[in-house]
Design a protein around this ligand. Structure first.
Ligand code: GRF
Length: 223
């Protein structure tokens, strides 16, 4: 990658994280170009958000492929055809395989709605409440073939209240997703963040643990 990166966002649903990224970009806080939004679902609302922002969209329906590997090959080909440097997963409900990840090694980010390594997989808010944790949140991490297990970059931490419903907790977590994801993408797009042999490196220092931020913290990127 040389110069301002071309960024693709992959999504399957609402795309509120895409919106946060587009808003940060429009405000001048993110270097690079949002060059493509790809969904596996033709009716994902995130595609409308992309179109409204003038970002080219594409649907690649996973059901048309015999297995994950063939789907990933089609996806990787579409990303390469668009000259994509960085791939940002924002509610993309497909597990990626090495077929794609090896072609974009160290260049794929995901946001997961829990404080990883707790609660990998689905239904994280329900599980956090059932476990009785006092803190919950979201994690931005590099994507590796093992699901939700790539090196962590930044976490948005929120308190869990005794009267919380999964919906209330999800809303509190999402508000933090919309703060930390633009920041992590900015770090990657500006070359401050990379995936090294020891894990995520920010400003050439290995992150022993993800950076943790709380709702009251001011980030060096407006929300
Ligand atoms: C977010 O909660 C994110 O953590 C998870 O999928 C959800 C996507 O939400 N990976 P949205 O489509 O960005 O609103």
């Amino acid at each position: 990658m040389s110069g301002a990166p071309r960024i693709a966002v992959l999504l399957s649903g609402s795309g509120s994280n895409l919106q946060a990224l587009l808003d940060a970009h429009a405000a001048g806080h993110l270097p690079g170009t949002f060059a493509q939004v790809v969904s596996n679902c033709a009716d994902a609302y995130g595609l409308e958000r992309a179109a409204a922002a003038g970002v080219p969209t594409q649907t690649i329906d996973h059901r048309l492929y015999p297995d994950r590997e063939h789907f990933d090959a089609a996806l990787a080909a579409a990303l390469e055809a668009a000259g994509i440097d960085l791939v940002v997963l924002a509610g993309f409900m497909r597990v990626l395989t090495p077929v794609l990840l090896e072609r974009f090694a160290g260049r794929v980010l995901n946001i997961h709605p829990s404080l990883l390594p707790d609660f990998r997989g689905l239904h994280t808010h329900e599980r956090a409440l059932a476990a009785g944790v006092q803190e919950h949140g979201c994690t931005v991490h590099f994507v590796t073939p093992e699901l939700d297990a790539g090196p962590g970059i930044i976490q948005g931490v929120v308190p869990v209240h005794s009267e919380d419903t999964p919906e209330a907790l999800a809303q509190r977590v999402q508000a933090q997703e919309h703060r930390v994801y633009p920041l992590a993408v900015r770090w990657l797009a500006s070359g401050r963040l990379r995936l090294g042999d020891q894990g995520a490196e920010l400003d050439s220092r290995v992150l022993e643990a993800p950076v943790r931020v709380h709702p009251e913290d001011t980030l060096d990127l407006p929300a």
